[in-house]
Design a protein around this ligand. Structure first.
Ligand code: NI
Length: 259
């Protein structure tokens, strides 16, 4: 069954029908999802969803664009909740120079602090990196992230950077973007990388694949992503689902937990 490694089901886009969508996942072949914290509030929402639904796991952390709210007492709180059952990662954390807020030095500071937190609590990281290729790589190397592990979510760089992250033992999150006609660079990355390092993600409600591009995304759209990866890798969709699901469980250290 499909493992969706990156979702935001607490988003207001699911206000009307969240319970219906979540309860329909299993019958559509979605085994588990990881709801990703992007701020203190959405981390709280994630903890709530995790408790409510057995197939929802969680990542706790603060997205680079939200790091203006972080303080050391809030880091202590994140450390506390990181040890709750079903919390499988610290994230999403990183650098975002597309929105470029708050100041880059602020983003970098809290990126490093959250990498340190992940090391301390022995959880992998979910990395968000947008228009910040060099600084992200430099910080991750300086912090010896190869000892932490995790995923570069919504991977958006080229083959050369993919090689760097694969060398560090990281997984690359592939979602709806790979189905876009203009996603030549990402298609090359998928062709290049070993299938054993691909994890599926939606980033829903964002980034719906073709043919639903522009509409609200959900895990139910992942078969379109699976089909494109299968085509690029010369695999069957069933093989893609099996290998990416294994990868996700290995990455989030859920092997042997019975899911
Ligand atoms: Ni996200």
């Amino acid at each position: 069954m499909i493992f969706d490694t990156h979702v935001h089901y607490d988003d207001e886009a699911f206000q009307e029908d969240r319970d219906t969508v979540l309860k329909s996942l299993a019958e559509h072949g979605i085994e588990a999802v990881v709801n990703i914290g992007a701020s203190i509030q959405t981390t709280k929402n994630t903890l709530q969803l995790m408790k409510q639904y057995p197939f929802v796991y969680g990542a706790v952390g603060v997205h680079p664009s939200e790091t203006g709210e972080l303080t050391e007492p809030l880091m202590d709180w994140l450390r506390q909740v990181a040890s709750e059952p079903k919390v499988v990662a610290i994230g999403e954390i990183g650098l975002d120079y597309y929105w470029d807020e708050p100041a880059r030095e602020v983003q970098k500071h809290w990126f490093v602090r959250q990498l340190e937190l992940a090391r301390q609590v022995k959880l992998p990281v979910v990395i968000h990196s947008r228009d910040a290729a060099q600084d992200t790589l430099d910080i991750m190397k300086a912090e010896h992230s190869e000892e932490i592990g995790g995923v570069i979510h919504c991977f958006s760089y080229g083959v050369e950077l993919a090689r760097e992250y694969l060398k560090m033992g990281f997984y690359l999150g592939i979602g709806g973007v790979v189905t876009f006609a203009n996603a030549k660079k990402l298609k090359e990355v998928v062709e290049y990388m070993p299938a054993e390092r691909i994890v599926l993600e939606t980033d829903c409600p964002y980034l719906s694949p073709v043919p639903n591009r522009g509409k609200r995304n959900s895990s139910l759209n992942l078969p379109y992503v699976v089909d494109m990866i299968a085509q690029l890798k010369g695999m069957t969709p069933e093989e893609v689902i099996a290998v990416t699901s294994q990868n996700a469980k290995r990455m989030y250290r859920l092997e042997g937990t019975g899911i």
